[in-house]
Design a protein around this ligand. Structure first.
Ligand SMILES: Cc1cc2nc3c(=O)[nH]c(=O)nc-3n(C[C@H](O)[C@H](O)[C@H](O)COP(=O)(O)OP(=O)(O)OC[C@H]3O[C@@H](n4cnc5c(N)ncnc54)[C@H](O)[C@@H]3O)c2cc1C
Length: 612
């Protein structure tokens, strides 16, 4: 068994920042990651990092834009922390050597992004995430932080008290992808989940195949609530054939969207009369699909994004990567022709419920980055606000797990006097299928607390048994078939435009897949680099997360941010200024709500009609 003070699961932007921060507090910290750190999906981030750095801008304006962008579902203490800390964290990156794009006078460049009232997005060409990862990985190497890369974490070692909020997390169990060994990692202080988003729940996504939401699913089954899962961001500019992202930076630099009739529809059809293409992502994605649905799309599928008028010099200077993506994945020379684009799954606003210090309601268990919901993005994330979330809340979680006093959090986690029960009528019973739910909680031995070492040991035994079982079974159904079914149903039924029947159909499909999963088997019996085994374990996570997304979407009968319901096309503030939470209650998803916090440190954010 390995042992460290702090175990960070995941080595993307949030994980690397958390590890550096914990190390700076004097902790013995280790990163455990299924990918090598610089292969993490943060490396795909293109457009930039929002930070109020310039004269004329302020963190208060950034906070206002973020709250408005969230459609008043973000929590003010989290949003204010993000916007206050982002400038310092961004400058820290610069001091660590990050290659930001610069003006002629040497200042870090900033460009406009959707939903921002000031050009406050710092960037490194259109490869911001790549530079961010490399810069922080260098700091990890410099500090000698232990990295266990190509270790797949498949289970949390959590005590099995009946009341989830009385449970404690003492470590994780991981599978060494290189050797097939299953090992325990004990954490003396805490475990920080930074496992990224669940994009693979959908088949048209900008996310990598590794984005299977493992941390969120494991935390959910261990007893931590998932928050606001229905809010999935569909990015308006993805390449139709692959889902590869064309950065919002293109529109930030002046790129224009056209329909098949050559109309600049964002203005000409009145979707966003003030800022057009630079409205927030939910607004632009709906506009594009409306154009297609009303017969003004190209090949009934997509619209055009044109950047030719920006000129070759500016494009090469600021958006060179986009030229390569358009050429390599769509065969389009974007200096000569417009690029075809359509909305695709891009980001999960919801995730593991945490407070501003990254803590969950299970003692010793933290989460940060896209797998967490603190909540800064509410119903819709603004472009350029995820990367600052990684560095701001990654650092806070790292410090707190290492023992630093960050003061009491203003956001509460778990059930309190302010929370209320919820109900949602479902066509099939959601949740675990009776047999085979072997990893609902870490230790199935009874309802008493067990000591830390025993908790990790018993989780290790259970996980070794699960892996052996999967490798020994030699017939059944393969995960790839189930994954395709799940992804297709989610893409068809739980997309930008949602209706009750579609959501119910998705729940039926998810139930079918869950039942079939009981008969899943791994075709490849080998112990080294067995990606079939890993993807089979990931599949279980996709099922739980798809169901959580759909349950939240069915429960929320209003239109807010990225969540649009055909029969409920209005925001219902009196009823719905609250977060949706789902707890895995003995294998049955339990729905409940907690109020949104609109009270900031110095002012209350008043919900207004959102127009751009
Ligand atoms: C194409 C694209 C472009 C984007 N551009 C921008 C942008 O310009 N600006 C912006 O603000 N946001 C952007 N975003 C969003 C932002 O990049 C992501 O939200 C963010 O990078 C996620 O970082 P993370 O650290 O939470 O997760 P990731 O970077 O995805 O890292 C997850 C880590 O967890 C590890 N992991 C996962 N599961 C396990 C497991 N079971 N066991 C062990 N390790 C595990 C992985 O190996 C990886 O190291 C973009 C997103 C995409 C998809």
């Amino acid at each position: 068994m390995y042992e460290h003070d702090v175990i960070v699961v995941g080595a993307g932007g949030a994980g690397l920042r958390a590890a550096i921060a914990a190390h700076e507090e004097g902790a013995d910290v280790a990163l455990v990651s299924k990918l090598h750190p610089v292969r993490s999906h943060t490396g795909a981030a293109e457009g930039g990092i929002n930070a109020a750095l310039r004269q004329g801008d302020s963190w208060e304006d950034h906070a206002y834009d973020t709250m408005k962008g969230s459609d008043y579902l973000g929590d003010a203490p989290a949003i204010e922390t993000l916007c206050q800390d982002s400038p310092e964290e961004t400058i820290q990156l610069e001091h660590w050597g990050m290659a930001f794009s610069r003006e002629d006078d040497g200042r870090v460049s900033q460009r406009p992004f959707g939903g921002l009232s000031f050009p406050r997005t710092t960037y490194a060409g259109a490869e911001t995430g790549h530079h961010l990862l490399h810069t922080m990985y260098q700091q990890v190497v410099k500090r000698g932080i232990q990295v266990y890369d190509e270790w797949y974490v498949s289970r949390l070692a959590v005590t099995n008290h009946d009341d989830p909020e009385a449970r404690e997390c003492h470590g994780v169990i991981a599978y060494d992808i290189k050797s097939g060994e299953v090992e325990g990692f004990a954490a003396r202080n805490g475990v920080i989940l930074t496992t990224g988003g669940p994009g693979q729940v959908y088949d048209h996504t900008t996310n990598a195949v590794a984005n299977t939401g493992d941390g969120a699913a494991m935390a959910y089954r261990a007893g931590v609530p998932l928050e606001d899962m229905e809010f999935i961001q569909f990015h308006p500019t993805t390449l139709p054939s692959t889902g590869v992202l064309i950065s919002e930076g293109v529109r930030g630099e002046g790129g224009i969207l056209y329909n098949k009739d050559g109309e600049r529809f964002m203005f000409e059809h009145g979707y966003a009369n003030n800022v057009g293409e630079l409205a927030s992502r939910d607004v632009v994605a709906r506009a594009e699909l409306t154009e297609v649905n009303e017969g003004r799309g190209i090949e009934d599928e997509y619209v055009h994004l044109d950047m030719r008028h920006l000129g070759e010099e500016r494009i090469i200077d600021r958006l060179e990567n986009i030229l390569h993506l358009a050429e390599d994945f769509e065969g389009v020379d974007a200096l000569e022709e417009p690029m075809p684009v359509k909305p695709g799954q891009h980001y999960a606003m919801g995730g593991v419920e945490t407070d501003e210090n990254g803590e969950t309601c299970i003692s010793g268990l933290y989460a940060a980055g896209e797998c967490a919901c603190v909540s800064v993005h509410g119903a819709n994330r603004l472009g350029g606000n995820a990367l600052p979330e990684l560095i701001v809340f990654g650092a806070r979680a790292g410090r707190h797990a290492a023992g630093a006093d960050l003061g009491a959090a203003k956001i509460t986690t778990g059930k309190t006097d302010d929370t209320e029960p919820g109900e949602v009528e479902t066509p099939v019973e959601p949740g675990a299928v009776e047999i085979g739910d072997e990893d609902a909680v870490a230790d199935g031995s009874g309802a008493t607390l067990v000591d830390p070492t025993r908790t990790v040991e018993s989780a290790l035994e259970a996980e070794r048994a699960r892996v052996e079982h999967l490798l020994e079974k030699d017939e059944g159904i393969q995960q790839a078939e189930l994954r395709a079914k799940l992804q297709q149903s989610m893409t068809q039924n739980v997309n930008v435009f949602r209706n009750e029947e579609g959501l119910k159909q998705a729940l039926r499909d998810i139930r079918d897949v869950r039942e079939e999963y009981q008969d899943v088997y791994v075709n490849d019996p080998s112990r080294t680099y067995n990606t079939d085994l890993i993807q089979t374990i990931e599949m279980r996570n996709l099922i739980d997360l798809a169901e959580a997304i759909t349950l939240g979407a069915l429960a929320r009968d209003e239109f807010r941010g990225a969540h649009w319901r055909q029969a409920h096309q209005e925001r219902k503030d009196e009823q719905w200024l609250k977060h949706t939470l789902l707890s895995w209650n003995d294998g049955t998803p339990e729905l409940w709500f907690k109020p949104v916090i609109l009270e900031g440190a110095e002012k209350e954010y008043e919900p207004k009609i959102r127009s751009y």
